[in-house]
Design a protein around this ligand. Structure first.
Ligand SMILES: Nc1ncnc2c1ncn2[C@@H]1O[C@H](COP(=O)(O)OP(=O)(O)OP(=O)(O)O)[C@@H](O)[C@H]1O
Ligand SMILES: [Mg+2]
Length: 152
């Protein structure tokens, strides 16, 4: 079952991200979608906080992938917006990381659904008034445990 919530401002986006970062299990993939400026990177920043990442979590739009390995689990933060084709992910080695080790956050994930692991938490962000609406859907047991934790 999908889970929906309203995020009234950037602080609420980060706070939900922080909870995800505290609950998330090793090997998890978070597939983020939503139009430009919907809050994907803001959510990733909160996840970094929750994982205890020290450095700033910034947008990987131009670098495609940022790795933060000073938190509870390694954080791999990718952005597929400018990705030309799948082979670029192979060059980055990201295809071997996704769903295997650490926590992978993928912005614009639905551009390349074929590269995503079967079990992922799919998060859709949408503009809603001054804030954002978030819809989350689990596609396997690991993402379902995370979603159950968020609901609780
Ligand atoms: N719940 C919210 N309500 C209102 N504004 C928000 C909310 N969450 C984040 N924002 C703001 O939206 C702007 C864009 O956020 P962010 O960069 O996270 O979006 P994005 O989806 O990653 O964009 P892009 O598609 O360019 O990667 C930021 O100014 C951020 O503070
Ligand atoms: Mg972004």
């Amino acid at each position: 079952m999908d889970w929906t919530c309203t995020l009234r401002g950037p602080a609420e986006t980060r706070e939900l991200g922080r909870r995800i970062g505290e609950l998330v299990e090793d090997g998890a993939t978070l597939a983020l979608d939503g139009e430009l400026g919907a809050g994907k990177t803001s959510l990733a920043q909160g996840i970094g906080l929750g994982l205890g990442v020290g450095g700033p979590v910034t947008s990987p739009t131009f670098q495609l992938l940022f790795v933060h390995d000073d938190g509870r689990l390694p954080l791999y933060h990718a952005d597929l917006y400018r990705l030309g084709d799948e082979s670029e992910l192979t060059e980055l080695g990201f295809d071997e990381i996704l769903g295997q080790s650490g926590v992978s956050i993928v912005e614009w994930a639905s551009r390349f659904p074929q590269v995503l692991p079967a079990d992922r938490l799919q998060i859709q962000l949408a503009y809603e008034g001054e804030g954002r609406a978030l819809t989350a859907k689990a596609t396997g047991p690991r993402s379902q445990r995370l979603l159950d934790g968020l609901r609780a």
